[in-house]
Design a protein around this ligand. Structure first.
Ligand code: AMP
Length: 449
C-alpha cells in the first residue's frame, strides 16, 4: 500500500532520522541545524529502502533528502563488504555505477555532485561521486569514470553518449534518483530517459522528485515506482515567498525594471527572459540606464557560465538575466528577488521560476512586469496555479489607458473563488511602488497542475 505523508511532522534533529554519526558530524559542520520538512519525511523511508515520490521545489532541501540516505546505504554496504559480508549496495567496480542521479541541466549536475561530495567528506574518499553533463569535453569524464563510480550524477544526453562508448554501464544500478523529473521531461528528454531506464535493472530503489505532476510525470511514476512512499511538501516555500505583479505601459518594462532595482537597491536579482537574444538586449538596455547586468544562457561557453555564476553568488554581479533552461537548477542560496520580464510560457514554468526565491526559509520576492499584451496570459498563469494577485503600478510608470490597444481586453484581476483564502490585505499596501517584503502579496498553492 502506498504511504502518503502530507503533514510536515518535522523532527527537530537530524539524529532522530537514523543518520550515521559521520553524516551527523558533517551536517553540524555545515550548520544544518534541523531537517527541512522534505528531509524529515524522506530520509527514514529512503534509509528503509522504500521507493519515493516527492513533490518539492528547488530550495526545499531535496538534494540532502536523497543524498544523505543514499550515501549512508552505499557506505554501509561497503563497510559490510570489507568485513566479509556480501549484502547491501554494490561497490564501484569495473565500469559500473551503484547510484544514478539523473538531472535536467549541467549546472544542477555539478551542484548535486558537489553537495554529495561535501556530505561525504568524513567517509574519507570511500564513496566516489562523478558528474557528467554535456557542453564540455567528454574525455575528462571518461577518465573520471575509469574503475566505475559509486554515485553518478548525469544529464541524460551525455550519459547515453558515455554508455555508447562503453565508459559506463547501468546494469548494477541499485538506486535511481530522478531529480526535477517534470523539468527533465519538459526539456524534451523523454526519449533519452526511456532509453536509460531500460538499461537499469528491474529491481532497484527509485526516488522521484518533481515540482509539478503533469500527465507525463504521472505516467513515468506509474511505470517506475514500486509501492512508493508519497511526500508532498505543502508549500513549504509559501510562507516565505511574496508574489507581486506590476502593470506597465508597453515598451516601458526595462525602464520600470531599472527604476525598481535602483529604488529598492536590490542585490542578486535574477531576471527571466524567454530568448537568448532577449538576454543580451536587456543587459545592453540596462547598462544604458546605469545598471550592470550579466547574461546566463545556453550559448555561453561553460567557462563563461561558471564565471558569471560565481560572480553572482559572490554578490559581485547584482543582476543576472537568464532564460528558463539556463537558470534551471541554479543553486543560489537565499535568492532575494526573481523578476519575470517576459512571462513564462507555461503556468508550471511560472512556479519553477518563482521557486528560485525565498529558498530554505528566507523571505523572497517574485514579481512580474506585464503590459497589456501579457494580461490574458498572466490570468491563465494565475488560474492554473490558483493564485490571485492585485495589479500594482510602478510609481512614475503608471499605465496610460489611452495607450492600450483596444483589441486587448482591459486588465482586471480574476476574482478568487469564494472562500479561497486570499491572503493579501489591501490596507497593507502603503505605497504601490515600494517593495516591502512584509507585504504578503499572494499565496502559492503547491497543487500547480
Ligand atoms: P536544495 O533544495 O537541495 O537545492 O537545497 C537548497 C539549499 O538549502 C542548499 O543550499 C542547501 O545547502 C541548503 N540546505 C538544505 N538542507 C538544509 C538544512 N536542513 N538546513 C540548512 N540549509 C539547508
Amino acid at each position: 500500500m502506498t504511504t502518503t505523508h502530507t503533514e510536515a511532522a518535522t523532527p527537530a534533529h537530524f539524529a532522530a532520522l537514523g543518520l550515521s554519526p559521520l553524516l551527523l558530524a558533517r551536517l553540524a559542520e555545515l550548520n544544518y541545524q534541523q531537517p527541512t520538512p522534505i528531509q524529515a519525511q524522506a530520509i527514514p523511508s529512503v534509509l528503509a529502502g522504500r521507493d519515493l515520490i516527492a513533490g518539492a521545489n528547488t530550495g526545499s532541501g531535496k538534494t540532502a533528502a536523497f543524498a544523505l540516505p543514499l550515501l549512508q546505504q552505499l557506505h554501509g554496504g561497503k563497510s559490510q563488504l570489507s568485513a566479509g559480508h556480501r549484502s547491501g549496495s554494490q561497490s564501484a567496480a569495473g565500469n559500473n555505477v551503484s547510484a544514478l542521479v539523473l538531472v535536467p541541466t549541467r549546472e544542477l549536475a555539478k551542484q548535486v555532485a558537489d553537495n554529495i561530495r561535501s556530505y561525504a567528506v568524513h567517509f574519507n574518499g570511500a564513496i566516489k561521486t562523478v558528474a557528467v553533463f554535456g557542453g564540455v569535453s567528454v574525455n575528462a569524464q571518461m577518465q573520471a569514470l575509469r574503475g566505475g563510480t559509486d554515485i553518478l550524477v548525469a544529464t541524460p544526453g551525455r550519459l547515453l553518449d558515455l554508455i555508447a562508448s562503453h565508459a559506463i554501464k547501468l546494469d548494477k544500478v541499485a538506486h535511481l534518483v530522478l531529480d526535477e523529473a517534470d523539468r527533465m521531461l519538459s526539456l524534451g528528454f523523454t526519449k533519452e530517459l526511456t532509453a536509460l531506464l531500460a538499461l537499469t535493472p528491474k529491481s532497484k530503489q527509485t526516488l522521484l522528485f518533481s515540482a509539478t505532476f503533469p500527465e507525463q510525470v504521472k505516467a513515468l511514476t506509474a511505470q517506475l515506482l514500486n509501492n512508493p512512499v508519497e511526500i508532498q511538501v505543502q508549500s513549504a516555500d509559501a510562507s516565505t515567498l511574496v508574489q507581486r505583479v506590476f502593470t506597465v505601459n508597453k515598451g516601458e518594462k526595462t525602464a520600470a525594471l531599472a527604476h525598481l532595482i535602483k529604488a529598492n537597491e536590490w542585490r542578486q536579482t535574477l531576471v527571466f527572459v524567454n530568448a537568448k537574444k532577449g538576454c543580451e538586449h536587456l543587459a545592453y538596455k540596462l547598462s544604458k540606464l546605469g545598471i550592470s547586468a550579466e547574461v546566463f544562457h545556453g550559448d555561453k561557453a561553460q567557462g563563461a557560465r561558471s564565471r558569471v555564476l560565481a560572480g553572482f553568488k559572490a554578490g559581485d554581479i547584482a543582476v543576472l538575466i537568464a532564460t528558463d533552461i539556463a537558470a534551471r537548477g541554479l543553486d543560489i542560496e537565499k535568492l532575494p528577488v526573481v523578476i519575470n520580464i517576459d512571462l513564462p510560457r507555461s503556468p508550471s514554468d511560472y512556479m519553477h521560476r518563482i521557486g528560485r526565491s525565498g529558498r530554505a526559509g528566507e523571505v523572497g520576492l517574485a514579481l512580474s512586469l506585464i503590459d497589456y499584451e501579457d494580461y490574458h496570459h498572466f490570468k491563465i498563469i494565475e488560474k492554473k496555479n490558483k493564485i490571485w494577485l492585485e495589479r500594482e503600478q510602478v510609481e512614475g510608470f503608471e499605465v496610460d489607458e489611452s495607450r492600450i490597444d483596444p483589441s486587448y481586453v482591459a486588465d482586471k484581476p480574476m476574482a478568487p473563488p469564494a472562500g479561497s483564502g486570499k491572503k493579501k490585505a489591501k490596507k497593507n499596501l502603503k505605497s504601490k511602488s515600494s517593495i516591502n517584503t512584509d507585504i504578503w502579496a499572494g499565496y502559492l498553492d503547491s497543487d500547480a497542475e
